[in-house]
Design a binder for this molecule. Structure first.
Ligand code: HEM
Length: 222
């Protein structure tokens, strides 16, 4: 298992697997453009279809990224951490694609002011923007050089922004659905478990540190 997780080929496999949703989308687009009946590939509303498709993959990759730390702890396999950066960058990549589709393909977003108006007016768009923008500093500082420049402690604090992204992404999904809340509810449950796990670990660690501190004998000045 350790050899499998440490192998460079496993990383290549995860990279290629992460590209599959993009490949499927391109394939659907190609089939639709070559077909007499494109609706069977991208429905009668392709812009909506692609927006939903890319949104779904963004929230999935956010969840995959958040799974890494609990998996590492529960399975006691530090090598799993190798995949976190890649999965986080794919979450950002699909998020950018989702945003680009909305800006470029949605005919309502034809001017900068129309885009801005939508961001400010529609609360699910506002919170979607927050989720995406919170990932920007994480993507920029994802390199080893930035870890060195910021120092590991500050870098780690900054990367807690992924929690904000995850919560904002769930709210975005919840607010945009009209009636059937089953899927947003499922993501809310997943994110609650993944963040709740961290909270429990953090509280236990804090209690342990306090116990160690209070059990240490106080050193007298003389
Ligand atoms: C991390 C950031 C984001 C995540 C995780 C995300 C996720 C999602 C998800 C899961 C859906 C629903 C897919 C479905 O119903 O199958 C969705 C729909 C949508 N998202 Fe996002 N999104 C994000 C950011 C944004 C941003 C920045 C915008 C635009 C500024 C945006 C605009 C939309 C629109 C217009 C829809 C379709 C709404 C509808 O059909 O009524 N999203 N998004």
């Amino acid at each position: 298992m350790n050899r499998f997780l440490s192998s460079p080929w496993t990383k290549v496999a995860v990279f290629l697997l992460s590209l599959v949703p993009l490949g499927v989308l391109l394939w659907l687009g190609y089939q639709a453009s070559a077909s007499d009946d494109p609706t069977q590939y991208v429905t009668a509303n392709p812009v909506e279809y692609i927006t939903h498709y890319t949104g779904d993959w963004t929230i999935r990759f956010i969840c995959f990224t958040l799974c890494i730390t609990p998996l590492r702890m529960l399975l006691n396999r530090p090598q799993i951490t190798r995949f976190r950066r890649m999965l986080g960058l794919f979450a950002f990549f699909y998020g950018c694609l989702h945003f680009t589709v909305w800006v470029v393909l949605d005919p309502r977003q034809n001017t900068i002011s129309a885009i801005w108006e939508d961001i400010v007016k529609r609360r699910y768009i506002t919170v979607g923007m927050l989720a995406l923008l919170a990932m920007l500093p994480l993507a920029i500082t994802s390199t080893a050089g930035w870890v060195r420049r910021l120092g590991f402690k500050r870098w780690k604090q900054l990367h807690r922004l992924i929690y904000l992204t995850a919560i904002a992404a769930v709210i975005h999904y919840w607010w945009l659905v009209k009636s059937d809340i089953r899927l947003p509810l499922m993501y809310a449950a997943i994110v609650t478990v993944l963040l709740g796990y961290r909270l429990i670990v953090w509280m236990r660690e804090r209690r342990r540190k306090t116990a160690v501190r209070t059990s240490q004998p106080t050193v007298s000045a003389n």
